[in-house]
Design a protein around this ligand. Structure first.
Ligand SMILES: [Zn+2]
Length: 266
């Protein structure tokens, strides 16, 4: 390739990357997204079917209804009509919960041992839903595509369908599907902190007291530091550190005033 052609190719790649730069919902943070929300949603729907094939739904009607009710209130606050929301309670004694792109939410019975109040359940569901709304999975997929394909990633991924093997591979890399369904790979610290903040906003808008996040993460912290116990995968991807608790505490007052008190008036 001669120099002019190389320069043109580089310019083309840069233009695509600029086109792929978006602002995160709620926080306005810049993010690199090489796939569309529609592609992400389609992959999320397929993955949700796999989860439902593998896992057993809880037969506890009361807890199942509770998860649905809290979820629907958060979904109403999220105001995302293009999502086809579903809330499933999975019968498994493990601390886990996640939301796939497109609005398929899975809560495991094991996490209800910690999220005993509805405010705490709203905190965990708000956090997981926030990851999907702010498209953290899409960001991780984009990073995986960049690592896999380098400079070609943008041009390939932007025009690719979900059946493109590179896109499918990036999805399983980002979501850890396949090897162990439902154990998402760790988010970055920035994404975790963003999901805590946006999750608290969503829960507060839905009428749940934002201090639920504080008591939940304190319980998670106590749970993960219990001696002689291997912490569940969820806690290794969601480290309940003292910094996290401090960060939640610092954000709580403003969220309560701005969103929770407002929700109480509605
Ligand atoms: Zn998270």
């Amino acid at each position: 390739m001669n120099r002019r052609l190389k320069r043109a190719a580089l310019f083309f790649c840069l233009a695509l990357i600029v086109a792929a730069c978006a602002k995160a919902a709620y926080t306005g943070r810049s993010q690199l997204l090489l796939i569309s929300e529609g592609q992400e949603t389609q992959l999320g729907l397929q993955a949700a079917q796999d989860v439902l094939k593998t896992e057993k739904k809880s037969s506890d009607q009361i807890q199942t209804e509770r998860v649905k009710r809290v979820g629907q209130r958060i979904a109403a606050a999220a105001n995302k009509p293009e999502y086809k929301w579903e809330f499933h309670l999975i019968e498994k004694d493990t601390v886990n919960a996640f939301c796939l792109p497109g609005g398929k939410v899975f809560v495991y019975t094991g996490i209800l041992e910690l999220a005993t109040s509805n405010d705490e359940l709203a905190a965990i569901m708000g956090h997981e839903i926030a990851h999907a709304l702010v498209r953290h999975g899409g960001e991780r997929m984009s990073m995986a595509l960049m690592a896999q394909l380098g400079g070609q990633a943008a041009s390939i991924a932007l025009g690719a369908g979900t059946s493109n093997p590179a896109v499918a591979q990036a999805f399983s890399q980002a979501y850890g599907m396949g090897a162990q369904v439902g154990f998402l790979l760790p988010h970055s610290r920035a994404q975790e902190s963003e999901a805590d903040e946006v999750g608290m906003i969503l829960a507060a808008q839905a009428g749940y007291e934002p201090s639920g996040a504080l008591s939940l993460w304190r319980k998670m912290d106590a749970y993960s530091s219990k001696k002689g116990q291997t912490p569940p995968a969820f806690l290794s991807t969601h480290p309940p550190s003292k910094e996290r608790i401090k960060d939640i505490q610092a954000k709580m007052g403003a969220i309560r005033t701005r969103y929770y008190q407002q929700a109480l008036l509605n």
